[in-house]
Structures are given as C-alpha cells and as structure tokens.
Write a protein that binds this ligand. Structure first.
Ligand code: DC
Length: 224
C-alpha cells in the first residue's frame, strides 16, 4: 500500500501543530510532530549538562541516546527518553533553546532522519516540522509552508504558555521567537525554508478555522 504524506513546515508559532493535528483528524492520518523529537534531544542535552552553546557535544552521546515515540489511544503523540514519558517536560519554555541548539547539529539531524521517514513509510501522515518538505519527505504528496508575522506568533505562544501556567513576558517570548527564527533559518544543515513546490499560507490575519479551511482546500486539490 502506498501511504500519503502531507508536509507542513514553518516557523515557531505559526499554528502548525494545532492545524496539523486538526488536519490529521479530518483526514484520519497520523499526526507526527517532529519538533517534539528535537525537543526530546534538547531535554537530554539539558540533563547531561550540555549548554546550548556547546550543543555539538551531544554527538558523543548519540550511540546511547534512546528516543522513541508512540501514538496512544488518547490520539496524542507521546515522547519517551530512555523509556520515560517526557511529553509534558519537553514543552517547557527553557527546552526550546536546547532544542534549537541540538537541531543545528548535523549528526543529530542524521540520527533522527530515518525515524521520521519510517513513520511516513508505514502510515498516512501529516508531519509538521521545519525541513519536512525539503529534506525528510521531499516527495510528500502535499507541501504546505505555514507562516505569520513574528508578533502574531509571539502573541500566540505567549497565550499558550500562560495557559499552561508559565510565568513569562510577551517581550521575552518575542525575543525568543526572533532568536529561533534566526537559528532555524541560518543553520547550514536543513535550514527552515519553503520548498519550491510548497503552498504558502500566512495566518497573521486569519484565525485557526479560516486557516484550516484553506489547508483542507489545498489538500483536496492535491490529494485525489
Ligand atoms: O516546532 P518546535 O518549536 O517544537 O521545534 C523545536 C525545535 O526543533 C525548533 O527550534 C526547530 C527544531 N526543529 C527542526 O530543526 N526540524 C524539525 N523538523 C522540527 C523542529
């Protein structure tokens, strides 16, 4: 059986995960959050005392880095580090910078690539990330690049963190978003960029329902 794949890339806070999840539900596809995989590697670096500035040190640990994921009955993607469910821990604000740092290490990307491809070989997937349409699934059936202004993205991330009870200012979130944009788009290996054949959807001025309608329309046009 040939499995269908939808690649959803874009910067942090554009609404990717919410929209990818809803799209996957609508289509009955598996939702794969690849950022969560990098976040788990980031958590590992933090636990090993590897500072973001020296992230390349994580390469030494790759032979013993054990990251797995599962999609449970609750339809959530659970992440495991050495068998421990770290799905909630990796969402903490401070893990973002570790994730961005380790994701710039080529050996880490190579190490995690096959795991991501294997999921698409065995399931219909909506995969969200930064390099899905360009590197992980260059032959994806549908590619979408989702973006929004940094301010709109910071506002959404800020609201989300507040909802989770994290005490952080909007200015801090905006600064972090800009720093992550810079890190994600300028790294040498698999930088964040729109694939030539991706459809651009900008969510600055539209709400999630309108964005989902656009996504669905794009998918219907491209998926028989
Ligand atoms: O989507 P997110 O914020 O959870 O991603 C966390 C970090 O992982 C982010 O800095 C970019 C990186 N990432 C990546 O390099 N490639 C991916 N496919 C997904 C995420």
């Amino acid at each position: 059986m040939e499995y269908k794949s939808i690649a959803l890339d874009g910067p942090s806070g554009a609404g990717k995960s919410t929209l990818a999840k809803r799209l996957a539900e609508e289509l009955g596809f598996l939702y794969v959050d690849t950022g969560a995989i990098y976040r788990t590697a980031g958590l590992y670096a933090q636990r090993k005392g590897i500072a973001p500035s020296e992230a390349q040190k994580i390469a030494e640990f790759l032979p013993v880095l054990h990251i797995t994921l599962s999609h449970g009955d609750d339809h959530r993607q659970h992440m495991y580090l050495d068998g421990e469910d770290v799905s909630d821990l990796i969402r903490r604000h401070e893990i973002s910078q570790y994730a961005a740092a380790v994701s710039a290490v080529p050996a880490v990307r190579a190490f995690l690539l096959e795991q991501q491809r294997a999921l698409a070989q065995n399931h219909h997937v909506v995969m969200d990330g930064r390099d899905i349409g360009t590197v992980v699934l260059p032959h994806a059936d549908v590619k979408i690049f989702l973006t929004a202004s940094p301010e709109a993205r910071a506002r959404r991330r800020f609201d989300e963190l507040r909802e989770r009870g994290q005490d952080v200012s909007y200015e801090t979130v905006l600064r972090d978003i800009l720093a992550r944009d810079e890190a994600d788009t300028t790294r040498a290996d698999a930088p964040l960029k729109q694939a030539d054949d991706a459809v651009l959807i900008d969510t600055t001025e539209i709400n999630l329902d309108a964005a989902l309608a656009r996504l669905m329309q794009t998918v219907r046009e491209r998926l028989p």
